[in-house]
Design a protein around this ligand. Structure first.
Ligand code: ACO
Length: 423
């Protein structure tokens, strides 16, 4: 087909319009020519929550929600999780290709050079109350990094953007570990740059008096896989936030903090925390049927189930299910996984969930693994934010280079009062 178009007839005026279709989309601005009369502003599209609105062209992550497919730069997520490290994948997301051994060595060295954070960071971390949520501490401290790097505002300079990207990927685990140590009343641990990205993070979390922390390799690999699975997921709520805030040319620390704030919500990255609370509340398998009934009555949601895009099994949930077994071989079995599996079994055979195409998402099993590793639910979303920082930054960079980028600014339908005089 040459140049596909969409024919639209405005029944108010009887006029016909031909709207070009490109990549399965029409340009919303092409609707503006459709006017009821000369004074009319023109037709707009109404799409709260962006159910059917494309906000950008992207070459980073591909999802087919009906088929349950997720690919980064063309590579299936299952293969990346099996064969690559998180930093390989971070490089892939940022630069478009998997690194050669020399490239990954250089990339790792650059990340390592930036893992330390300014000593003043400790001071404001210490200022948080003992029971501050670690995700709130992380969001605030990422934003605070902006105060240390004033040149980050120069977002039109590609070299500055790259340096800030490396800094963020390197420093977010350090901030996350500081938030964890603060919550636990433990002294902060400095990065150990002899260790890999994930192992160093574990070192900053769990090192005590030993001269050198050596992570369990099975747990380090499991965490690395979880980081790979969470690294990007195209235009979700937090990535869209990154793009919207970034479109105003805010600096990348502030944009990343905004994206992390979006991730913290229980309908997004905060769901993994809610899954554990839900399983705790269910308590024993015999309470599952009554719990499922309350979900079906609409009294509550089955957390970790359903997805805006996936209407099939989330491919990440499959890998996580398998990874769980390797973790339990080290940590001992978390009995909550049996409750989760039973919930899944019931849901996958129940008309309510089948009809709505509700399947486990990435958050359904991840919290159970994290808990087995020794994390409390409050840390789960922080663990999500660390790898997702790379995805946010890959999208931010893509947007910075995109000639179509303008400040994001949606329209509204005003339904309020007409002009009236103050009495
Ligand atoms: N439990 C019970 N019913 C659900 C669930 C759920 N988890 N999710 C959706 N439904 C129902 C809705 O009530 C609705 O039913 P209805 O048609 O009878 O009104 C139908 O399924 C469609 O749901 P929507 O809310 O329209 O789906 P939407 O795409 O807007 O929401 C979302 C997606 C937010 C993820 C939703 O499924 C949800 O709240 N899930 C639980 C929270 C969760 O696990 N979030 C993590 C998502 S993954 C991530 O962000 C990393």
């Amino acid at each position: 087909m040459g140049n596909p178009t969409l024919s639209v007839t405005d029944n108010r005026t009887g006029k016909a319009y031909e709207l070009p279709i490109k990549n399965g989309t029409i340009r919303a601005m092409d609707l503006r020519q459709i006017k009821s009369d000369e004074k009319d502003f023109g037709v707009m599209s109404y799409d709260p929550a962006f159910l059917n609105t494309v906000s950008c062209e992207s070459r980073i992550t591909y999802i087919d929600g009906d088929a349950g497919i997720l690919r980064y730069r063309g590579y299936p997520i299952e293969q990346l999780a099996e064969k690559k490290t998180f930093l390989d994948v971070a490089y892939l997301l940022l630069y478009g290709e998997l690194p050669t051994p020399a490239q990954v060595e250089e990339f790792e060295a650059r990340i390592e050079r930036h893992t330390f954070i300014h000593e003043n960071t400790k001071k404001f971390m210490e200022g948080f109350r003992y029971d501050a949520h670690p995700m709130s501490m992380l969001v605030s401290s990422i934003a605070a990094l902006s105060t240390f790097y004033p040149d980050a505002r120069n977002v039109e300079d590609p070299a500055i953007r790259e340096l800030m990207t490396i800094r963020l990927i390197a420093k977010v685990p350090t901030l996350a570990a500081y938030a964890f140590r603060h919550s636990n009343g433990l002294p902060f641990v400095y990065p150990d740059n002899d260790l890999t990205y994930t192992s160093n993070f574990m070192n900053m979390l769990w090192k005590m008096a030993e001269p050198k922390y050596q992570p369990n390799p099975v747990l380090a690999r499991a965490l690395d896989i979880l980081f790979i699975l969470h690294a990007d997921h195209e235009q979700n709520c937090s990535t869209s936030t990154m793009r919207v805030v970034g479109s105003s040319q805010a600096d990348p620390f502030l944009s990343t903090a905004s994206a992390a704030a979006a991730l913290s919500g229980p309908l997004h990255g905060g769901a993994n925390e809610e899954v554990l609370r839900m399983i705790d509340e269910i308590g024993t398998p015999d309470n599952i049927p009554s719990f499922m009934e309350s979900v079906k009555k609409g009294e509550r949601k089955l957390m970790g189930f359903g997805h805006r895009v996936y209407k099939n099994y989330d491919p990440r949930a499959k890998v996580i299910r398998e990874t769980a077994e390797s973790v339990f071989a080290v940590t001992g079995r978390n009995p909550k996984v049996d409750i989760a599996r039973e919930i899944e079994k019931i849901a996958l055979n129940d008309e309510y969930f089948i009809k709505r195409r509700l399947y486990p998402n990435v958050d359904f099993y991840s919290g159970i693994i994290y808990e087995a590793m020794g994390f409390r639910p409050e840390m789960f979303t922080v663990l999500f934010a660390i790898p997702r920082t790379t995805g946010w930054l890959a999208h931010w960079e893509e947007q910075c280079k995109d000639g179509d980028t303008k400040i994001s600014r949606p329209r509204q339908v005003y339904l309020g009062q007409n002009e009236r005089n103050v009495p």
